[in-house]
Design a protein around this ligand. Structure first.
Ligand code: CP3
Length: 347
Protein backbone atom coordinates (compact mmCIF):
# COMPACT_ATOMS: atom_id res chain seq x y z
CA UNK A 1 0.00 0.00 0.00
CA UNK A 2 1.17 3.51 -0.85
CA UNK A 3 2.02 5.45 2.32
CA UNK A 4 0.74 9.02 2.27
CA UNK A 5 3.10 10.55 4.83
CA UNK A 6 6.30 8.72 3.94
CA UNK A 7 8.75 11.34 5.30
CA UNK A 8 10.36 8.78 7.62
CA UNK A 9 10.96 6.30 4.80
CA UNK A 10 12.31 8.98 2.48
CA UNK A 11 14.78 10.22 5.09
CA UNK A 12 15.98 6.66 5.61
CA UNK A 13 16.51 6.29 1.86
CA UNK A 14 18.66 9.42 1.93
CA UNK A 15 16.23 11.63 0.04
CA UNK A 16 15.95 15.34 0.61
CA UNK A 17 12.75 16.10 2.54
CA UNK A 18 10.62 19.17 3.18
CA UNK A 19 10.89 18.79 6.95
CA UNK A 20 12.24 16.48 9.67
CA UNK A 21 9.99 13.50 10.58
CA UNK A 22 9.20 13.06 14.27
CA UNK A 23 7.92 10.31 16.57
CA UNK A 24 8.51 9.40 20.22
CA UNK A 25 9.63 6.21 21.86
CA UNK A 26 6.78 5.08 24.18
CA UNK A 27 4.36 7.40 22.42
CA UNK A 28 1.66 4.75 22.81
CA UNK A 29 1.19 4.63 26.54
CA UNK A 30 0.34 6.26 29.80
CA UNK A 31 0.86 9.88 28.68
CA UNK A 32 -2.46 9.59 26.83
CA UNK A 33 -5.73 9.51 28.84
CA UNK A 34 -7.19 7.67 25.84
CA UNK A 35 -4.59 4.89 26.36
CA UNK A 36 -5.32 4.69 30.08
CA UNK A 37 -9.03 4.31 29.32
CA UNK A 38 -8.38 1.34 27.02
CA UNK A 39 -6.01 -0.20 29.56
CA UNK A 40 -8.58 0.09 32.32
CA UNK A 41 -11.02 -1.94 30.22
CA UNK A 42 -8.75 -5.00 30.59
CA UNK A 43 -6.86 -6.69 33.44
CA UNK A 44 -3.58 -4.94 32.68
CA UNK A 45 -0.74 -4.34 30.28
CA UNK A 46 -0.26 -7.97 29.25
CA UNK A 47 -3.90 -8.56 28.34
CA UNK A 48 -3.88 -5.31 26.37
CA UNK A 49 -0.76 -6.36 24.46
CA UNK A 50 -2.27 -9.80 23.79
CA UNK A 51 -5.57 -8.46 22.43
CA UNK A 52 -4.81 -7.52 18.80
CA UNK A 53 -7.82 -5.20 18.32
CA UNK A 54 -6.89 -3.16 21.39
CA UNK A 55 -3.15 -3.21 20.71
CA UNK A 56 -3.88 -1.89 17.22
CA UNK A 57 -6.15 0.79 18.62
CA UNK A 58 -3.55 2.18 21.05
CA UNK A 59 -0.87 1.95 18.32
CA UNK A 60 -2.91 4.35 16.20
CA UNK A 61 -3.87 6.74 19.04
CA UNK A 62 -0.68 8.86 18.92
CA UNK A 63 -1.05 9.30 15.14
CA UNK A 64 -4.56 10.74 15.64
CA UNK A 65 -3.95 12.58 18.90
CA UNK A 66 -0.35 13.80 18.63
CA UNK A 67 0.34 14.04 14.91
CA UNK A 68 3.49 11.88 14.84
CA UNK A 69 5.00 10.80 11.52
CA UNK A 70 5.17 7.10 12.44
CA UNK A 71 3.31 4.56 14.55
CA UNK A 72 5.14 1.92 16.61
CA UNK A 73 3.36 -1.34 17.26
CA UNK A 74 2.08 -1.58 20.82
CA UNK A 75 3.82 -4.53 22.43
CA UNK A 76 6.88 -5.14 24.60
CA UNK A 77 10.36 -6.52 24.12
CA UNK A 78 9.58 -9.16 26.78
CA UNK A 79 7.15 -11.06 24.57
CA UNK A 80 10.22 -12.84 23.19
CA UNK A 81 11.32 -14.55 26.42
CA UNK A 82 7.69 -15.50 26.98
CA UNK A 83 7.48 -17.12 23.54
CA UNK A 84 10.71 -19.00 24.33
CA UNK A 85 9.14 -20.45 27.48
CA UNK A 86 9.89 -17.86 30.17
CA UNK A 87 6.70 -15.93 30.99
CA UNK A 88 6.74 -12.47 32.61
CA UNK A 89 4.39 -10.45 34.74
CA UNK A 90 4.04 -6.67 34.72
CA UNK A 91 3.88 -5.38 38.28
CA UNK A 92 2.10 -2.05 38.62
CA UNK A 93 4.53 0.83 39.29
CA UNK A 94 7.45 -1.63 39.44
CA UNK A 95 7.84 -3.07 35.98
CA UNK A 96 8.50 -6.52 34.58
CA UNK A 97 9.08 -9.58 36.76
CA UNK A 98 9.91 -13.17 35.76
CA UNK A 99 8.80 -15.93 38.18
CA UNK A 100 11.51 -18.21 36.70
CA UNK A 101 14.95 -17.16 35.47
CA UNK A 102 17.84 -18.75 33.59
CA UNK A 103 20.90 -19.65 35.68
CA UNK A 104 22.06 -23.07 34.51
CA UNK A 105 22.24 -25.44 31.55
CA UNK A 106 19.25 -27.24 33.05
CA UNK A 107 17.18 -24.05 32.90
CA UNK A 108 18.16 -23.59 29.27
CA UNK A 109 16.62 -26.98 28.42
CA UNK A 110 13.20 -25.57 29.25
CA UNK A 111 13.52 -22.97 26.50
CA UNK A 112 12.89 -23.23 22.80
CA UNK A 113 13.58 -21.15 19.70
CA UNK A 114 10.09 -19.80 19.21
CA UNK A 115 7.99 -20.00 16.07
CA UNK A 116 6.47 -16.50 15.87
CA UNK A 117 3.59 -17.67 13.68
CA UNK A 118 2.43 -19.61 16.73
CA UNK A 119 3.49 -18.06 20.00
CA UNK A 120 3.73 -14.45 18.79
CA UNK A 121 0.83 -14.48 16.38
CA UNK A 122 -1.06 -11.99 18.55
CA UNK A 123 1.62 -9.35 17.79
CA UNK A 124 1.54 -10.17 14.08
CA UNK A 125 -2.24 -9.91 14.11
CA UNK A 126 -2.00 -6.53 15.89
CA UNK A 127 0.39 -5.36 13.16
CA UNK A 128 -2.03 -6.46 10.44
CA UNK A 129 -4.93 -4.67 12.16
CA UNK A 130 -2.87 -1.54 12.84
CA UNK A 131 -1.89 -1.41 9.16
CA UNK A 132 -5.53 -1.65 8.22
CA UNK A 133 -6.51 1.08 10.68
CA UNK A 134 -3.68 3.36 9.64
CA UNK A 135 -4.78 2.95 6.05
CA UNK A 136 -1.41 4.17 4.79
CA UNK A 137 -1.37 7.41 6.77
CA UNK A 138 2.12 6.87 8.24
CA UNK A 139 4.66 4.03 8.31
CA UNK A 140 4.50 1.41 11.08
CA UNK A 141 7.60 0.59 13.12
CA UNK A 142 8.10 -2.96 14.40
CA UNK A 143 10.63 -3.78 17.10
CA UNK A 144 12.42 -6.24 19.33
CA UNK A 145 14.92 -6.07 22.14
CA UNK A 146 18.57 -6.70 21.34
CA UNK A 147 19.69 -10.16 22.47
CA UNK A 148 21.86 -8.78 25.29
CA UNK A 149 18.96 -6.75 26.76
CA UNK A 150 16.60 -9.73 26.55
CA UNK A 151 19.28 -11.98 28.09
CA UNK A 152 19.67 -9.45 30.93
CA UNK A 153 15.97 -9.75 31.84
CA UNK A 154 15.92 -13.55 31.48
CA UNK A 155 18.87 -14.02 33.82
CA UNK A 156 18.17 -11.17 36.25
CA UNK A 157 14.41 -11.77 36.39
CA UNK A 158 13.51 -8.08 36.62
CA UNK A 159 14.84 -4.62 35.96
CA UNK A 160 17.97 -3.70 37.91
CA UNK A 161 20.36 -0.77 38.25
CA UNK A 162 23.40 -3.01 37.81
CA UNK A 163 22.16 -6.24 36.18
CA UNK A 164 24.85 -7.89 38.29
CA UNK A 165 23.37 -11.41 38.00
CA UNK A 166 23.32 -11.17 34.22
CA UNK A 167 26.84 -9.75 34.13
CA UNK A 168 28.08 -12.41 36.56
CA UNK A 169 27.10 -15.09 34.06
CA UNK A 170 29.31 -13.51 31.39
CA UNK A 171 32.30 -14.16 33.69
CA UNK A 172 31.21 -17.42 35.33
CA UNK A 173 29.67 -19.26 32.41
CA UNK A 174 30.33 -17.54 29.09
CA UNK A 175 29.52 -20.73 27.18
CA UNK A 176 26.02 -20.86 28.65
CA UNK A 177 25.64 -17.12 28.04
CA UNK A 178 26.43 -17.58 24.36
CA UNK A 179 24.01 -20.52 24.10
CA UNK A 180 21.19 -18.41 25.50
CA UNK A 181 22.11 -15.40 23.34
CA UNK A 182 22.11 -17.68 20.30
CA UNK A 183 18.59 -18.92 21.05
CA UNK A 184 17.35 -15.37 21.60
CA UNK A 185 18.99 -14.21 18.35
CA UNK A 186 17.43 -16.98 16.27
CA UNK A 187 14.00 -16.29 17.75
CA UNK A 188 14.39 -12.54 17.22
CA UNK A 189 15.38 -12.88 13.57
CA UNK A 190 12.33 -15.03 12.82
CA UNK A 191 10.12 -12.68 14.81
CA UNK A 192 11.33 -9.52 13.05
CA UNK A 193 11.00 -11.12 9.62
CA UNK A 194 7.43 -12.07 10.53
CA UNK A 195 6.75 -8.49 11.64
CA UNK A 196 7.88 -7.15 8.27
CA UNK A 197 5.81 -9.81 6.53
CA UNK A 198 2.80 -8.67 8.57
CA UNK A 199 3.34 -5.05 7.52
CA UNK A 200 6.05 -3.34 9.60
CA UNK A 201 7.88 -0.78 7.41
CA UNK A 202 10.89 -0.16 9.65
CA UNK A 203 12.43 -2.25 12.44
CA UNK A 204 13.97 -0.90 15.63
CA UNK A 205 16.26 -2.96 17.86
CA UNK A 206 16.33 -1.71 21.47
CA UNK A 207 19.53 -2.42 23.39
CA UNK A 208 18.34 -0.62 26.50
CA UNK A 209 21.07 -2.09 28.74
CA UNK A 210 24.03 -1.65 26.40
CA UNK A 211 25.49 0.84 28.87
CA UNK A 212 26.13 -1.67 31.70
CA UNK A 213 28.84 -3.62 29.82
CA UNK A 214 32.53 -2.75 29.33
CA UNK A 215 33.48 -2.29 25.67
CA UNK A 216 35.16 -5.67 25.18
CA UNK A 217 32.18 -7.55 26.57
CA UNK A 218 29.78 -5.39 24.65
CA UNK A 219 31.50 -6.45 21.45
CA UNK A 220 31.45 -10.15 22.35
CA UNK A 221 28.04 -10.50 23.99
CA UNK A 222 25.95 -7.84 22.27
CA UNK A 223 27.31 -6.35 19.02
CA UNK A 224 28.00 -9.76 17.58
CA UNK A 225 24.33 -10.71 17.87
CA UNK A 226 22.98 -7.31 16.81
CA UNK A 227 25.14 -7.68 13.68
CA UNK A 228 23.54 -11.06 12.97
CA UNK A 229 20.10 -9.46 13.20
CA UNK A 230 21.05 -6.54 10.94
CA UNK A 231 22.51 -8.94 8.39
CA UNK A 232 19.40 -11.11 8.43
CA UNK A 233 16.76 -8.36 8.19
CA UNK A 234 17.12 -7.31 4.57
CA UNK A 235 13.39 -6.80 3.95
CA UNK A 236 13.14 -3.45 5.80
CA UNK A 237 15.45 -0.75 7.14
CA UNK A 238 16.79 -1.33 10.66
CA UNK A 239 17.37 1.18 13.48
CA UNK A 240 19.81 0.25 16.23
CA UNK A 241 19.22 2.07 19.52
CA UNK A 242 21.94 1.07 21.98
CA UNK A 243 21.42 3.16 25.08
CA UNK A 244 24.66 4.23 26.70
CA UNK A 245 26.89 2.69 24.02
CA UNK A 246 29.01 5.80 23.27
CA UNK A 247 32.08 3.58 23.41
CA UNK A 248 30.76 1.35 20.61
CA UNK A 249 30.14 3.95 17.90
CA UNK A 250 33.02 2.76 15.72
CA UNK A 251 31.50 -0.73 15.67
CA UNK A 252 27.99 0.61 15.20
CA UNK A 253 29.21 2.54 12.17
CA UNK A 254 30.18 -0.76 10.55
CA UNK A 255 26.83 -2.48 11.19
CA UNK A 256 24.63 -3.07 8.15
CA UNK A 257 21.85 -0.91 9.62
CA UNK A 258 20.35 2.26 8.20
CA UNK A 259 19.53 4.29 11.32
CA UNK A 260 21.29 4.79 14.65
CA UNK A 261 19.33 6.00 17.68
CA UNK A 262 21.08 8.38 20.06
CA UNK A 263 20.25 8.72 23.74
CA UNK A 264 20.29 12.15 25.38
CA UNK A 265 23.71 11.70 26.98
CA UNK A 266 25.29 11.36 23.57
CA UNK A 267 26.93 14.45 22.10
CA UNK A 268 25.42 14.98 18.66
CA UNK A 269 28.54 16.50 17.08
CA UNK A 270 30.82 13.77 18.43
CA UNK A 271 28.58 10.91 17.31
CA UNK A 272 27.97 12.51 13.90
CA UNK A 273 31.71 12.66 13.39
CA UNK A 274 32.23 9.05 14.51
CA UNK A 275 29.51 7.75 12.21
CA UNK A 276 30.94 9.82 9.38
CA UNK A 277 27.66 10.46 7.56
CA UNK A 278 27.07 6.75 6.99
CA UNK A 279 23.88 6.50 9.06
CA UNK A 280 20.64 8.38 9.48
CA UNK A 281 20.52 9.60 13.09
CA UNK A 282 17.49 9.42 15.38
CA UNK A 283 16.97 11.30 18.64
CA UNK A 284 17.81 12.73 21.09
CA UNK A 285 16.13 15.41 23.19
CA UNK A 286 16.41 14.82 26.94
CA UNK A 287 13.01 13.32 27.93
CA UNK A 288 13.07 15.61 31.00
CA UNK A 289 13.08 18.68 28.72
CA UNK A 290 9.34 18.01 28.35
CA UNK A 291 8.93 19.10 31.99
CA UNK A 292 10.29 22.57 31.06
CA UNK A 293 8.27 25.74 30.47
CA UNK A 294 7.07 26.07 26.87
CA UNK A 295 9.70 28.63 25.79
CA UNK A 296 12.53 26.51 27.19
CA UNK A 297 11.19 23.35 25.52
CA UNK A 298 10.91 25.17 22.18
CA UNK A 299 14.44 26.56 22.49
CA UNK A 300 15.91 23.15 23.39
CA UNK A 301 14.09 21.45 20.52
CA UNK A 302 15.38 24.04 18.02
CA UNK A 303 18.89 23.70 19.40
CA UNK A 304 18.71 19.93 18.90
CA UNK A 305 17.49 20.36 15.31
CA UNK A 306 20.33 22.81 14.61
CA UNK A 307 22.89 20.35 15.96
CA UNK A 308 21.69 17.50 13.75
CA UNK A 309 21.97 19.80 10.76
CA UNK A 310 19.36 18.64 8.38
CA UNK A 311 18.26 15.90 6.10
CA UNK A 312 19.57 12.72 7.63
CA UNK A 313 17.73 13.10 10.94
CA UNK A 314 14.61 11.62 12.53
CA UNK A 315 13.55 13.69 15.55
CA UNK A 316 12.77 11.79 18.76
CA UNK A 317 13.58 11.87 22.45
CA UNK A 318 16.76 10.27 23.77
CA UNK A 319 14.65 7.52 25.43
CA UNK A 320 10.98 6.77 26.05
CA UNK A 321 8.66 9.62 27.05
CA UNK A 322 8.05 9.63 30.81
CA UNK A 323 4.47 8.64 31.73
CA UNK A 324 3.72 11.82 33.72
CA UNK A 325 4.56 14.20 30.87
CA UNK A 326 1.64 16.35 29.71
CA UNK A 327 0.36 15.53 26.20
CA UNK A 328 0.43 19.30 25.53
CA UNK A 329 4.22 19.34 25.98
CA UNK A 330 4.52 16.38 23.62
CA UNK A 331 2.40 18.22 21.06
CA UNK A 332 4.54 21.34 21.45
CA UNK A 333 7.70 19.28 20.86
CA UNK A 334 6.19 17.72 17.73
CA UNK A 335 4.86 21.02 16.36
CA UNK A 336 8.21 22.73 16.96
CA UNK A 337 10.04 20.02 15.03
CA UNK A 338 7.58 20.32 12.15
CA UNK A 339 7.55 24.12 11.91
CA UNK A 340 11.19 24.84 12.61
CA UNK A 341 12.63 22.13 10.36
CA UNK A 342 10.40 23.29 7.50
CA UNK A 343 11.76 26.85 7.71
CA UNK A 344 15.33 25.51 7.89
CA UNK A 345 14.88 23.24 4.87
CA UNK A 346 13.54 26.12 2.81
CA UNK A 347 16.50 28.33 3.62
O1 CP3 B 1 5.01 3.33 22.21
C1 CP3 B 1 5.93 2.50 22.14
O2 CP3 B 1 7.14 2.81 22.23
C2 CP3 B 1 5.60 1.05 21.82
C3 CP3 B 1 5.44 0.20 22.93
C4 CP3 B 1 6.63 -0.26 23.79
C5 CP3 B 1 6.43 -0.69 25.11
N1 CP3 B 1 7.58 -1.21 25.57
C6 CP3 B 1 5.14 -0.62 25.83
C7 CP3 B 1 5.15 -0.60 27.29
C8 CP3 B 1 7.97 -0.46 23.48
C9 CP3 B 1 8.74 -0.12 22.22
C10 CP3 B 1 8.58 -1.08 24.63
C11 CP3 B 1 9.98 -1.51 24.67
C12 CP3 B 1 10.57 -1.89 25.95
N2 CP3 B 1 10.01 -2.56 26.99
C13 CP3 B 1 11.94 -1.67 26.27
C14 CP3 B 1 12.95 -1.03 25.36
C15 CP3 B 1 12.84 0.44 25.34
C16 CP3 B 1 13.30 1.10 26.62
O3 CP3 B 1 12.45 1.69 27.27
O4 CP3 B 1 14.50 1.05 26.90
C17 CP3 B 1 12.15 -2.18 27.57
C18 CP3 B 1 13.46 -2.15 28.34
C19 CP3 B 1 10.93 -2.76 27.99
C20 CP3 B 1 10.67 -3.48 29.27
C21 CP3 B 1 9.62 -2.80 30.05
N3 CP3 B 1 8.29 -2.79 29.72
C22 CP3 B 1 9.79 -2.10 31.27
C23 CP3 B 1 11.09 -1.88 31.98
C24 CP3 B 1 8.51 -1.67 31.66
C25 CP3 B 1 8.14 -0.98 32.95
C26 CP3 B 1 8.44 0.45 32.93
C27 CP3 B 1 7.19 1.24 32.72
O5 CP3 B 1 7.21 2.15 31.89
O6 CP3 B 1 6.21 0.96 33.42
C28 CP3 B 1 7.59 -2.07 30.66
C29 CP3 B 1 6.15 -1.78 30.63
C30 CP3 B 1 5.57 -1.12 29.44
N4 CP3 B 1 5.89 -1.39 28.14
C31 CP3 B 1 4.56 -0.13 29.44
C32 CP3 B 1 4.29 0.20 28.11
C33 CP3 B 1 3.27 1.17 27.58
C34 CP3 B 1 3.88 0.41 30.68
C35 CP3 B 1 2.86 -0.57 31.10
C36 CP3 B 1 1.56 0.04 31.49
O7 CP3 B 1 0.80 0.52 30.62
O8 CP3 B 1 1.31 -0.01 32.68
Amino acid sequence: MQIKNDLLLRVIKGEKVERTPVWLMRQAGRILPEYRAVRESVSGFIELAQTPELAAEVTIQPVDLLGVDAAIIFSDILVVPEAMGLPYEMIEKKGPWFPDTIGSAKDLKRLQIADPAESLNYVLEAIRLAKKGLNGRVPLIGFAGAPWTIFAYMVEGSGSKTFSKARAMLYQNPVLAHQLLEMITQTTIKYLKAQVQAGANVIQVFDSWAGVLPPYQYREFSMKYIRRICEAITEAPVTVFAKGAYFAMEDIKDLPCEVVGLDWNMDIATVSKQLNGEKVLQGNLDPAALYAADDVLVAQTKKMLDQFQGDRHIANLGHGVYPDISPDKVKLFIQTVKDYSRTKNKA
